[in-house]
Design a protein around this ligand. Sequence first.
Ligand code: 5GP
Ligand code: ZN
Length: 116
Amino acid sequence: MEDCIFCKIVRGEIPASKIHEDEDTLAFLDIHPVAPVHFLLIPKQHIESLSETDSTHQQLLGKMMWLAPRLAAAQGCQDGFRAIINNGRIGGQEVPHLHIHIIGGKNRLPAMIRYD
Ligand code: 5GP
Ligand code: ZN
C-alpha cells in the first residue's frame, strides 16, 4: 500500500526503531509510548485490520501471537505484559495496517477500560 505509514516502515522509507524482523513480521517501538515498554508487532503484508483477515492468514496470526510474549520478554517484560489490537472505528484504530500493541513495564498496568 503506497500511502500506508506502516508499509512505509516495512519498505524502509520511514525510520523506525526496529526490535525484530523476519520474512513475515516486523516489530518496532511505538513513536508515542504509553508505558516504559510499548512496541508494535505488524505483518509485513498490508492487512487493514483484524476484521480483514481470512482463513489464509491463520498461520501468520498464530505466528504473531507466538512471537508476542517472546519479543515482550526480550524487551524486559519478565512478569507479564498487555497485548492490544484496536480494530476499526469503534476500536479506535488509527493506523489502518494490522498491529498488535505490546505494552508493559515494571509496574502493573492500569485497569483495562472504563466505559463512560
Ligand atoms: P492504533 O490507534 O491504530 O491502534 O495505534 C497506532 C499506533 O501507531 C499509535 O500508538 C501511534 O503512536 C503509532 N504510530 C503512528 N505513527 C507512527 C510512526 O510513524 N512510527 C511509529 N513508530 N509509531 C507510529
Ligand atoms: Zn500497510
